[in-house]
Design a protein around this ligand. Structure first.
Ligand SMILES: Nc1ncnc2c1ncn2[C@@H]1O[C@H](COP(=O)(O)OP(=O)(O)O)[C@@H](O)[C@H]1O
Ligand SMILES: [Mg+2]
Length: 257
């Protein structure tokens, strides 16, 4: 069955703006686990969860300048940190009744000069066949040319969605959607309307070595061009992940026309 891909931003599940690294928002993580569990109890559709790193991983990646140069110790510390968050998320999901297993991009992805050239998806397919929810995350990944680099959760999604023929894609962040210059939610973005809106969409305001909102929209527009639409919505608000899973029109729709 065609899976739903749900991305939950590091901004939702961690304290991203505080100076203290590695602070998980346990209340939000448990709430999301229960929203997913409740949906899954009444549906046999499969879900792949991809979560961001937030205050896990980003501080280490920044300290060791992983986006600029190779650093073996920085790669190690970044991976250890994001794996801690992944374990917290997995424990919460499994406690809520969603049988889930981790898939670490460090072990299943390969980059070449920043480009994703290999993604081992066979394990994910078997998990889905057996009713297990694969849980991926932003990670440090080996790069044939650069040694190692950060691969964000947002960048994992297009490849997963195309190869596994996702039925729908949702990116939950800490804002109500993509906002215009007045702070209002833009209901729909298409490749042709993006040109006008681009100047209002920026990176992240907090500790984030990846693309923030602009990176997210760019990745999802690539998918829209391939005929797969997606939504960016506020997963920090109670019930929004649930609404997305049940098919409500939440946040910003990114579509081809
Ligand atoms: N036009 C915009 N609309 C919404 N958010 C924006 C916009 N421009 C910049 N941002 C920033 O992007 C952030 C979301 O990206 P990011 O911090 O990477 O979230 P996540 O942790 O969900 O990946 C928002 O919190 C906001 O600060
Ligand atoms: Mg981000």
């Amino acid at each position: 069955m065609n899976p739903v891909i749900l991305k939950i931003g590091g901004s939702v599940i961690t304290e991203k703006n505080s100076d203290i690294p590695e602070r998980a928002k346990m209340g939000d993580i448990d709430r999301l686990s229960h929203e997913i569990a409740e949906f899954k109890s009444g549906s046999d559709s499969s879900i792949i969860l991809v979560h961001g790193a937030g205050s896990f991983g980003h501080p280490q990646a920044m300290k060791y300048k992983l986006n600029l140069e190779f650093n073996a110790r920085g790669a190690y510390l970044t991976h250890v940190s994001v794996k801690k968050l992944n374990s917290i998320v997995l424990e919460s999901l499994n406690n809520a009744g969603v049988t889930s297993l981790p898939v670490h991009p460090l072990n299943s992805c390969l980059l070449d000069n920043g480009k994703l050239v290999h993604f081992q998806l066979e394990q994910i397919k078997v998990m889905l066949e057996r009713g297990i929810m694969p849980v991926l995350h932003g990670d440090v990944v080996m790069d044939r040319s650069k040694g190692a680099a950060v691969l964000s959760g947002d960048r994992i999604i297009p490849r997963l969605a195309l190869e596994l023929k996702a039925s729908k894609i949702g990116a939950g962040s800490n804002v109500d959607g993509v906002l215009d210059e007045n702070g209002n939610v833009i209901r729909k973005i298409t490749p042709s309307s993006f040109a006008d809106m681009k100047k209002h969409i920026k990176g992240s305001t907090s500790t984030d070595v990846t693309g923030g909102m602009l990176g997210k929209v760019s990745e999802l527009l690539e998918l829209a061009n391939a005929g797969i639409s997606s939504r960016i919505f506020n997963a920090s608000r109670k019930g929004m992940v649930s609404k997305f899973l049940y098919g409500e029109n939440v946040g910003t729709l990114i579509a081809d026309k």
